[in-house]
Ligand binder design. Structure first.
Ligand code: BES
Ligand code: ZN
Ligand code: ZN
Length: 497
């Protein structure tokens, strides 16, 4: 999709189709030229409601307000309604509806276009791609105010990068477990590092053994697809901050010997969403060339059954030296993350440490399938993530730790248990388990983002399609953009160890 920003008035731009946003159901607005027809068609302009007037070459879509979080899904839904309609190759859209000094709406429009145009048809014989190749955004009206073409094109540029990175992540997550193995994830990371100015280090089983990642290796053991740990680095000169990202990359989670019931196993190709998000974020960071040192780690593993499978009752020795009593092999994500978090902290002293994981079904039960759960020991760091999520249009909420839940991870025979003794509060107890593997210097710099709900939903919602959403990517890109603008360091300067 090619974007063009212009000062040319909309009426003078030639395009196959015009998108018109109807704000707050106001059909009396002068930009709404087809009120009578729209009324006849039963269109009232509620959020995400569309009406295509074929003969007028106009597509109307409703949005609750001019806020980015209403505009982004509206534009995405409008674009999605054109899938398969091959004749609409170019389209024009006014930005005149935006707040005069605000480029946020413009960015949301661009993100909505790119996110809404996403299709995943790798396995379909008949492809149905988005027909729109060219989008002309008119700044008519806009330029009378204080928005320069320069700041508008920066908003466009960054919106495009963030949304394309999200689509990149969606593609990885949607790929089947046989086509996307730990080795595949490593190859994707390698390719990314070659295309961009990133460095890439891949740890193969031999290196993982050397690093004493006993916990990760146990989860990986029964699979014929051997594990990898990926480390991608974006290292600009004089970085304003150092940030470490860690992602759960379970290319398939069968549950292991604590086997998932058949219904629950379907969609578990999405258990690599955290790791795939990290890859997408690294792509965006490199393309924006942010003045931040960013390290992306992915624990790429498959959790399978077999004669060599790790078992409930096993005691594992993690990289940190802590021993873990396995009571459920389906609580494997935390076992992988424990070792990758230890490794990441050994390699990098960071100002911020964020991990992304489809960690618990409990998080989905607790907050619903569209929302991520954000946890950590520092309310300030958690708040930072929540604020960025809101700016990016992702739903996220804080889940608070407490000392009583912490005690439920106690083991009688090892240092800690991989599951809690209580059936309640599973998202938080999983977060508390991870917290045990965060060292004292990173304690108040860390946040854990459980994306089990929004990472993969089997019906379209807002700007997200059926399947993978790329959850976490836009939130973290916003966080890193914000850090680039200044208020960077979280106490001590981070360094590469
Ligand atoms: N990958 C799952 C969590 C999950 C569930 C992600 C649903 C996306 C949708 C994770 O490895 C898991 O199985 N967790 C268990 C933990 C339990 C055994 C303590 C769960 O949530 O049931
Ligand atoms: Zn599991
Ligand atoms: Zn899992």
């Amino acid at each position: 999709m090619n974007f063009q920003l212009t000062n040319t008035p909309l009426s003078e731009i030639k395009a196959d189709l015009e998108i018109i946003l109807v704000i707050k159901q106001n059909l009396d607005h002068p930009f709404v030229q087809d009120k009578k027809l729209l009324k006849k068609a039963g269109f009232s302009g509620t959020q995400d409601e569309t009406c295509l007037l074929i003969e007028k070459n106009r597509l109307y879509v409703g949005a609750g307000s001019l806020k980015g979080n209403d505009i982004r899904p509206a534009v995405a839904v409008a674009i999605r309604s054109l899938l398969g309609k091959k004749s609409y190759k170019s389209m024009k859209l006014g930005t005149y509806l935006s707040h005069p000094r605000c480029t946020a709406t413009l960015r949301a429009m661009v993100e909505g276009m790119v996110l809404g145009s996403y299709t995943f048809d790798t396995y379909k014989s008949k492809k149905s791609k988005c027909p729109v190749k060219k989008v002309i955004l008119s700044l008519e009206g806009y330029t009378k105010h204080e928005v320069s073409l320069e700041s508008a094109s920066r908003a466009l540029h960054n919106g495009e990068i963030a949304a394309n990175a999200t689509n990149f992540t969606r593609d990885i997550v949607n790929t089947t477990p046989e086509d996307c193995t730990p080795e595949t994830l490593a190859k994707i990371a390698k390719k990314l590092s070659k295309q961009h100015t990133l460095t890439c280090n891949i740890l193969t089983p031999k290196a993982l053994k050397k690093e004493k990642m006993g916990s990760l290796l146990a989860v990986a053991r029964a699979s014929r697809h051997k594990p990898r740990v990926i480390h991608l680095t974006h290292a600009p000169k004089n970085p304003k901050a150092v940030v470490t990202l860690v992602g759960k990359g379970l290319t398939y989670d069968s549950g292991g010997l604590s086997l998932k019931p058949a219904d629950y196993m379907v969609t578990m190709k999405s258990d690599k969403s955290g790791g795939s998000a990290v890859l997408g974020i690294m792509k965006a960071v490199a393309e924006m060339n942010l003045p931040i040192e960013v390290h992306g780690f992915v624990g790429a593993v498959e959790n399978m059954i077999g004669g060599d499978a790790y078992k409930p009752d096993d005691v594992l020795t993690s990289k940190s030296g802590k021993t873990i009593e396995v009571r459920n092999t389906d609580a494997e994500g935390r076992l992988v993350l424990a070792d990758v978090l230890s490794y990441a902290q050994q390699e990098v002293q960071a100002d911020y440490l964020f991990d992304f994981a489809t960690l618990t079904g409990a998080c989905v039960v607790g907050v619903g399938q569209y929302t991520s759960g954000v946890m950590g020991n520092s309310p300030k760091v958690v708040e930072k993530v929540l604020e960025s999520a809101d700016n990016a249009g992702e739903l996220a909420t804080a889940l608070h730790f407490n000392r009583y839940l912490e005690k439920t991870l106690k083991s009688e025979i090892a240092d800690i248990c991989n599951i809690s003794s209580t059936r309640y509060g599973g998202a938080i107890t999983a977060g508390l388990f991870l917290s045990e593997f965060i060292d004292t210097t990173h304690k108040n710099r860390w946040a854990h983002i459980d994306i089990a709900g929004p990472a993969f939903v089997e019906s379209a919602w807002g700007e997200n399609p059926h399947g993978a959403s790329g959850a976490g990517v836009r939130t973290m890109v916003r966080t890193l953009e914000k850090l680039s603008r200044g208020a960077g360091h979280n106490g001590v300067h981070g360094t590469r160890k």
